[in-house]
Design a binder for this molecule. Structure first.
Ligand code: 5GP
Length: 177
């Protein structure tokens, strides 16, 4: 099935405003602390790059990345998570914030949170830009959430369809050709 970009669900301005708020909140929660921000490749990179610049300098941020892929077609999540790239550094005794583009069934994040917890960090929190609440199959605590969105496939601002459209500055829905 072929898709085309449809309407804008979240504009650049709405994204920027909400991300500024989350950055301030992270600033209040982690002031004076070291924080390892873990970006989940590739979808979270655009969000992460704006988010970390919205966090005040009172938080001592370092970055690490993890790449995961779920088997199955690109518009549905199979729930089987494969680690394609692991973290470069240890997170033992560190404060950790996982940054993800979207929580759908919750399977990817619940798997990642468990995996991080086994590495004995001081704390693990989750920040997700988008949340399709009604699709949830397993519970995940999303500590910082950008927007709750309806059950529609979205692209842009880091999110892709078959590798395309990550560079769009807003979040769009897609429609069949
Ligand atoms: P979950 O494991 O929560 O079901 O799935 C999370 C992953 O599914 C996200 O990181 C993302 O890669 C993918 N995903 C879920 N919904 C969408 C969507 O609407 N658009 C895009 N581009 N990816 C999505």
């Amino acid at each position: 099935m072929e898709y085309r970009i449809a309407g804008i669900l979240l504009s650049e301005e709405r994204l920027a405003e909400r991300i500024r708020e989350i950055g301030q909140q992270i600033g209040r929660d982690y002031a004076g602390k070291e924080l390892v921000v873990i970006g989940i490749l590739k979808g979270a990179v655009v969000f992460l790059s704006d988010l970390i610049r919205a966090v005040p300098p009172s938080v001592d941020i370092s970055l690490d990345f993890m790449a995961v892929s779920s088997y199955g077609d690109s518009t549905k999540t199979s729930g089987i998570v494969r680690i394609v790239k692991d973290l470069d550094g240890s997170i033992k005794d560190k404060e950790v914030l996982i940054v993800e583009d979207i929580v759908d069934t919750g399977l990817t994040l619940s798997y990642l949170v468990k995996m991080m917890q086994e590495r004995q960090p001081r704390s693990v929190r989750v920040c997700a830009l988008l949340d399709k609440e009604e699709r949830r199959k397993v519970h995940v605590d999303v500590d910082y959430r950008g927007f709750a969105i309806p059950d529609e496939f979205v692209v842009g601002y880091g999110l892709d369809y078959g590798g395309r459209w990550r560079h769009l500055p807003a979040i769009h829905t897609v429609a069949q050709q």
